[in-house]
Ligand binder design. Structure first.
Ligand code: SF4
Ligand code: SF4
Length: 85
C-alpha cells in the first residue's frame, strides 16, 4: 500500500533572500532544528538553515510565525538532502 505524503519526509524550505534573521522560527521550533546560517544573503542577513530535518514533525509553526513568508514545509516521498549552512 502506498503511504500518503503526510507519512513521508518533511523538507523544510527556506527562501534565503526573504529571511531577515529575526529568529522567531528558531525560537519557536519545538524540535530546535533551525539555526542561523553562516552564509549571508544580499540584504546582509544570515538566513535560517535546517539541521537534522529528520526531526521535523511538519507542525508548520515556523511557516506560520515567519513575518516574511521565508520558510515553509513540503511533504515529500524521497528523503531530502541536508543543506549545508
Ligand atoms: S515544521 Fe515545526 S518542527 Fe519542522 S522546522 Fe518548522 S517549526 Fe520546526
Ligand atoms: S522567522 Fe522568517 S525571517 Fe525570521 S529568521 Fe525565521 S525564516 Fe528568517
Amino acid at each position: 500500500m502506498k503511504a500518503s505524503l503526510r507519512q513521508g519526509y518533511r523538507q523544510v524550505i527556506v527562501i534565503a533572500e526573504r529571511c531577515k534573521e529575526c529568529g522567531f522560527c528558531i525560537e519557536f521550533c519545538p524540535k530546535h532544528i533551525l539555526y542561523k546560517s553562516a552564509e549571508i544573503n544580499s540584504h546582509e542577513y544570515h538566513p535560517v538553515c535546517v539541521h537534522d530535518s529528520d526531526k521535523c514533525t511538519g507542525c508548520n509553526i515556523c511557516s506560520m510565525i515567519c513575518p516574511d513568508f521565508a520558510i515553509y514545509v513540503n511533504f515529500v516521498e524521497v528523503k531530502p538532502k541536508e543543506e549545508a549552512g
